[in-house]
Design a protein around this ligand. Structure first.
Ligand code: UD1
Ligand code: MG
Length: 448
């Protein structure tokens, strides 16, 4: 099945200089939520863009084909603009770029119905208490589908119909190509309505959705934040059900892909984003942001930023640590305040508790990194690696000028600037020797 996403609409009500579908919800552009879901069921994805199409193109994956609808003359006209995309041999699913949270499961079920009934078109519908604004499904007395009528073209009697069109369809490609040219614009809005297509086909199926939230569209910034809030609360409720404690849902932001284990506690003002997996019995936050990271069991992360890191069991991070992409913290590592780790592996039981930068570095197990230790990984042109073997003790305020290797069991005196490799077991001192001048202060005072 191919998937076509309609996204040419202006989105005037957003009052934005950017096209509506590139606005972010839950940290990702609206249209990319749709594309990501579509990618799970579709073999190929196409997008119909119009208003500022170049801006839309920039944010979507490069494998997605973009078709341009110059003038927005209606949903059927939009599909027509992507005529070459329609394969007569395949089904075509039509989605909207401004309806971000449609579920893969719903689309799969809809496709099942479509195939089982051998339909020419299957329409996603919902029975709503207040269907105002939606097109309605008109049936005959036996319940057979007759047509869809748009809100603006409904009679007072038809307005009472509660079965509404959600705007998503699966067509047999061949059938869609057959009926598209027959659609006219003789309606209240003078638009080419895709909703006119089903009435022109023989076999029409409908698939009713239970949860209208999934098909909620975004037209205004208010709707955007409302939808985001609802999604956020649903994610939190699911996690609570699964055995995660979330102290303050109002200030906790967890994205849908995140997985969290039982008995983990999430403290207030915490953001957990992207493809993050957190184990059991952890304590996260307060005031912590984690993105695209894997975290083991019994890990504590307090007031820290963690992006693209891998953290094993029993590690403690923070307060005020910053772990960046490629930071690997093995079991029982302790990283403390104002410590930044980038593209480095800290083996089991390493401690770097205060004021350090560790970049492009390997640190062997049981090594202690003293306060203020800096790996000088950048020489102005390129990044260089630092190797620190196991059981090393690095004294406070040491600068390790990379590339450099510190052998196991070595000891570095505080305040050293280390520019040469240190052999195993050696004491390295790279600083000026201290000089004490006896009575010097008193002598100077006397002179004055
Ligand atoms: C459409 C349906 C309506 C349904 C509703 C559900 C039609 C005629 N009506 O109405 O029955 O109840 O969706 O939300 O289809 N678009 C284009 N090019 C265009 C027009 C629209 O790309 O020329 C895109 C828009 O960007 C949007 C989507 O198609 O993502 C829907 O368009 P919109 O005008 O919002 O349709 P509705 O009036 O809501
Ligand atoms: Mg409209």
């Amino acid at each position: 099945m191919k998937v076509l996403v309609l996204a040419a609409g202006l989105g005037k009500r957003m009052k934005s200089k950017y096209p509506k579908v590139v606005h972010k919800i839950m940290g990702k552009e609206m249209i990319n939520w749709v594309i990501d879901t579509a990618s799970k069921i579709g073999s190929e994805i196409g997008v119909v863009a119009g208003h500022k199409a170049d801006v839309v193109k920039k944010v979507i994956p490069s494998h997605v084909k973009v078709y341009i609808q110059k003038e927005q003359l209606g949903t059927a006209h939009a599909v027509m603009s992507a005529k070459e995309f329609i394969d007569p041999e395949q089904d075509l699913l039509i989605l909207y770029g401004d309806v971000p949270f449609i579920k893969e499961e719903t689309l799969k079920n809809m496709w099942k119905v479509h195939k089982n009934t051998d339909a020419d078109v299957t329409i996603l519908t919902a029975v709503m208490n207040d269907p105002a604004g939606y097109g309605r499904i008109i049936r005959d007395e036996t319940g057979k589908f007759i047509k869809i009528i748009e809100e603006k073209d409904l009679t007072e009697e038809q307005k009472k119909i509660k079965e509404a069109n959600m705007g998503f369809y699966i067509f047999k490609g061949e059938k869609l190509l057959e009926v598209l040219p027959k659609i006219k614009n003789d309606n209240a809005q003078k638009e080419y309505y895709l909703t006119d297509a089903p009435a022109l086909l023989d076999k029409v199926s409908t698939y009713a959705i239970e949860d209208v939230f999934e098909v909620s569209g975004i037209n205004t910034r208010k709707q955007l934040i409302e939808l985001e809030k609802e999604m956020r609360m649903r994610i939190i409720e699911k996690l609570l059900d699964e055995g995660v404690t979330i102290i303050d849902p109002e200030t906790t932001y967890i994205q849908p892909m995140v997985k969290i284990g039982k008995d983990t506690i999430i403290h207030p003002m915490t953001f957990i984003e992207g493809n993050t997996v957190i184990g059991e019995d952890c304590e996260i936050g307060p005031m912590t942001r984690i993105k695209d990271s894997t975290i083991g069991n019994r890990v504590k992360i307090l007031r820290s930023e963690v992006y693209g890191a891998t953290i094993e069991d029993d590690v403690s991070v923070g307060p005020f640590s910053r772990l960046r992409e490629g930071a690997v913290l093995k079991k029982k590592v302790r990283v403390g305040n104002y410590v930044e780790v980038k593209k480095s592996t800290l083996e089991e039981n390493v401690a770097a508790q205060h004021l350090s930068y560790i970049g492009d570095t390997f640190v062997g197990k049981n090594t202690n990194i003293g306060a203020g230790t800096i790996t000088c990984n950048y020489d102005g042109e390129k990044k260089n690696p630092t190797f620190i073997e196991e059981n090393v003790f690095i004294g406070s305020n040491t600068a390790l000028v990379a590339p450099v290797r510190i052998g196991k069991d070595a000891l570095i005196g505080a305040g050293s600037v280390i520019t040469k490799d240190v052999p195993p077991g050696a004491l390295a001192l790279g600083r000026a020797r201290q000089v004490n001048k006896k009575e010097w202060v008193y002598k100077r005072r006397k002179k004055k």
